[in-house]
Write a protein that binds this ligand. Structure first.
Ligand code: FES
Length: 95
């Protein structure tokens, strides 16, 4: 199975995960500063800034894009509860 390195810039931790892992599954385990509310792409609490590797993340669903637009999120922002890691990326909390 393909692997991906996900780096949490806020705490300086890099973990190797199977490609297809959702960010939320890792961020809580490592103690990163991303916080969660609904976990269903509704609230936008898990807004996450992608420092690098946006091309290595899953495509945003219409539901995620709607919430990102409501939050006036920039093009480098994603929702950690929805985004799958497909290759190497570096992220940090979006708030
Ligand atoms: S936790 Fe609510 S949008 Fe991700």
């Amino acid at each position: 199975m393909a692997k991906a390195k996900l780096t949490f810039a806020d705490i300086g931790v890099t973990v190797t995960v199977p490609a297809g892992t959702r960010i939320i599954e890792v961020s809580e385990k490592v103690g990163a500063g991303i916080v969660y509310g609904c976990r269903e792409s509704d609230c936008g609490t898990c807004l996450t800034e992608v420092v690098s590797g946006m091309e290595n993340l899953s495509e945003a669903s219409i539901f995620e894009r709607t919430t990102l637009a409501e939050k006036k999120a920039g093009p480098n922002m994603r929702l950690a509860c929805q985004t799958l890691v497909l290759g190497d990326a570096t992220i940090k909390p979006g708030y």
